[in-house]
Each structure stands twice: as structure tokens, then as C-alpha cells.
Design a protein around this ligand. Structure first.
Ligand SMILES: [Zn+2]
Length: 270
């Protein structure tokens, strides 16, 4: 019975945080404050009342339009809210109340990564403010793990694991970018934001799972790029942002990273 209470709570918190992530996704690329002014229609500036701010439900109730001017509200708002709640539920299912520290760390980082996903998809950038938020959160996770309760994702209780993760994650990506530059004479192989985001990935997931995240993202990006080129949605020249694959790779690593690594080790060495 108490489980239902937990899950209801996780869903509500997920929807509300998703609503805040929408504000971040809209305003950060424009260089606007994420605190003021309060939410308003992008066309007519109509200030949203409380009943127009309820995640998902307001979107349905308003039939996807501004109440004042009738401007279409992007379906993305409701989508981000539902996606955030869904990711929170899946993470809570994995960790449960017994590993609440692991859950909060993962939910926090995936929230940051949802912002990365949508901003990079639209603007092909990963803003520094988002990376710094991830780094601060990741350091807090590392400190929590060292002094209070070791986080499961690190795979050991060495205090330096997440910090080594940041160095290795950042370092590997930087190396690939440098090689890409030397071989192809272009900076397109790996964007600056893609390199930087691996610092918080290392802090939150530890060095082993940071590398796993990298492998999974590259494989995902490869598969999806081939499909997009075959379907002629993208051609070889038009860029496909790598950020969204890193975000998907991070989530998959949270869920399956260790199982995958153990399976691989057993296959190769066992
Ligand atoms: Zn309006």
C-alpha cells in the first residue's frame, strides 16, 4: 500500500520538476533568467494563472492554446513533463526507498540531462550554465557517497572514483576531439559541449560507467545516424547533435550499465 503513496509522490514531483525544466529549456538558450518573470505566453505576454500552470492537465484543459490570444502551445511542454515523471518512476523502481540517495542523485542528474537533450536537439549547443549545474550536483553526489552512503553506480566505495570519472570522461572526449581535428581538420567531430558534459557524467556515474555511457552513446548515435541517412531525413553533411545520444546513453547506463559490463567481462574473460 505504502508503495502506491511513494509512486504517486514521485510522479507529482516529476511533473513539477518537468514543468521547471521547460522553463530552463525555453529561456537558457535566449540568455533569459529562469527565475523571473513568471510564466507567460510567448506571443501576447499573458501571465499564466495557477490553473494554467498545472503540468500536463493545463495543456489538455487549454486544448494546447493560450487562453488570451489563442497562440498554439508547443506539445513539447506536456511531453517534457511526462518524460520527466516517467524517468523518475523508472529510477525509483530501480533504487526504491532503501537507496533513496542513489535515486535522488540519478533523478537530479537526469533532470539536468533532459535540459541538455532538448536544448542540444534544437540549438546544437550545451550551455555552460547547465554543465556547471551538473558539476556542482555531481560533486555533492561524490561527497554524499564518500561520507554518508556509497552510491551503487560507482561500483566501489573509493572516494576518488567520481573525481577520476570526471577527469577520464573529459579527457577521453578531449582526446577524440583532438584526433578528429588532426585527422579531419575540423572541429565537428566532437563539439565543446559534448566534451564538457562528460565531466558531470564522470562525477555522477563514476569512471567505469562514464566510459560505458560513452560507448553506448556512440553506438546509439551510429545506429540512428544510419537510419536517418537511409530514410533521407538527414544527409551525410547536415550535422546531427551528439548531445541527445549522450543523454539517452546516460539513462541506459543507469539502468543496464553494470549488467552490460559484467556480461561483457564474462564473455571475454570468463
Ligand atoms: Zn497568448
Amino acid at each position: 500500500m505504502v508503495e502506491i503513496f511513494y509512486y504517486t509522490y514521485v510522479i507529482i514531483v516529476g511533473l513539477l520538476i518537468g514543468s521547471f525544466l521547460n522553463v530552463c529549456i525555453c529561456r537558457i538558450p535566449k540568455g533569459e533568467s529562469i527565475v523571473t518573470p513568471s510564466s507567460h505566453c510567448v506571443k501576447c505576454d499573458h501571465k499564466l494563472k495557477w490553473f494554467e500552470l498545472i503540468p500536463v492537465f493545463s495543456y489538455l484543459f487549454l486544448k494546447g492554446k493560450c487562453r488570451k490570444c489563442g497562440e498554439k502551445i508547443s506539445l513539447r511542454y506536456a511531453l517534457v513533463e511526462m518524460l520527466t515523471a516517467l524517468i523518475f518512476v523508472i529510477l525509483f523502481h530501480k533504487y526504491g526507498i532503501e537507496k533513496i540517495g542513489d535515486f535522488i542523485a540519478a533523478a537530479f542528474f537526469m533532470s539536468v540531462m533532459i535540459v541538455v537533450f532538448f536544448i542540444d536537439l534544437e540549438h546544437m549547443i550545451i550551455p555552460n550554465g547547465v554543465v556547471v549545474t551538473g558539476i556542482i550536483g555531481g560533486m555533492a553526489a561524490g561527497i554524499y557517497s564518500a561520507f554518508i552512503n556509497p552510491l551503487e553506480i560507482y561500483g566501489d566505495d573509493k572516494w576518488w572514483n567520481p573525481f577520476l570519472g570526471a577527469v577520464i570522461g573529459f579527457g577521453v572526449l578531449l582526446l577524440i576531439a583532438l584526433l578528429g581535428y588532426l585527422v579531419y581538420r575540423t572541429e565537428d567531430v566532437m563539439g565543446g559541449g559534448d566534451i564538457k558534459i562528460f565531466a558531470p557524467i564522470g562525477l555522477f556515474l563514476g569512471w567505469k560507467m562514464a566510459l560505458m555511457t560513452f560507448f553506448i552513446s556512440v553506438i546509439l548515435a551510429g545506429i540512428v545516424s544510419v537510419i536517418l541517412i537511409l530514410l533521407k531525413i538527414k544527409d551525410r553533411k547536415s550535422g546531427i547533435p551528439f548531445g541527445p545520444f549522450i543523454v539517452a546513453g546516460t539513462f541506459l547506463t543507469y539502468l543496464f550499465g553494470w549488467d552490460l559490463l559484467n556480461w561483457y567481462i564474462e564473455r571475454v574473460f570468463g
